[in-house]
Design a protein around this ligand. Structure first.
Ligand code: RP5
Length: 167
């Protein structure tokens, strides 16, 4: 399968979407195709299991899962596939993401989930981490990642100069 969609982005609820926009802008910037689904470990458990069990044959190489509260989506997906799973804890009231973080990160030994930080920063890092996984076998993506870091570095250096001129 060449040029197939390799990245899946799953969210436990469409209420998670505002925190996940950064994923799509980064994947778009790298010109990568992706699938986006709302799948809940608790509300649609059969669909979650089916998605994970068929993910490899459907050509996916990395799965990003965002969920909040008792956030089991990433863990459930990971339990049904050997494709790498990245978990993003979603901030939700009343505990503002600490509950989601612990639910996502605290996997029992044997079924790993690569958990990033909660919320929008985690979403961006999940996208970049997914790209880094794909870049292991893709020189073009590797070059784009190196360029991304160079641009990021330049922005910090400019911000440093700017603040030193002002203060
Ligand atoms: C989780 O429950 C979802 O991922 C979401 O973060 C949270 C609340 O979902 P809604 O009640 O807003 O649909 O499963």
């Amino acid at each position: 399968m060449k040029n197939h969609v390799k990245i899946a982005v799953l969210m436990g609820s469409d209420s998670d979407l505002p925190n996940l926009r950064g994923i799509f802008s980064i994947l778009d910037e790298f010109k990568l195709k992706y699938s986006v689904r709302v799948i809940s470990a608790h509300r649609t458990p059969d669909i979650a299991a089916h998605f994970a069990k068929t993910a490899k044959e459907n050509g996916y190489e990395v799965i990003i899962c965002a969920a909040g509260m008792a956030a089991h989506l990433a863990g459930v997906i990971a339990s049904h596939t050997i494709i790498p799973v990245i978990g993003i804890p979603m901030p939700c009231p009343p505990f503002d993401g600490l509950d989601s973080l612990l639910s996502t990160v605290q996997m029992p030994p044997g079924i790993p989930v690569a958990t990033v930080t909660a919320g929008k920063a985690g979403a961006k890092n999940a996208a970049l981490y997914a790209i880094q996984i794909l870049a292991l076998n893709d020189d073009d993506l590797t070059k784009k990642l190196i360029r991304f870091r160079a641009v990021q570095k330049e922005k910090v250096i400019l911000a440093d100069q700017d603040i030193r001129n002002k203060i």
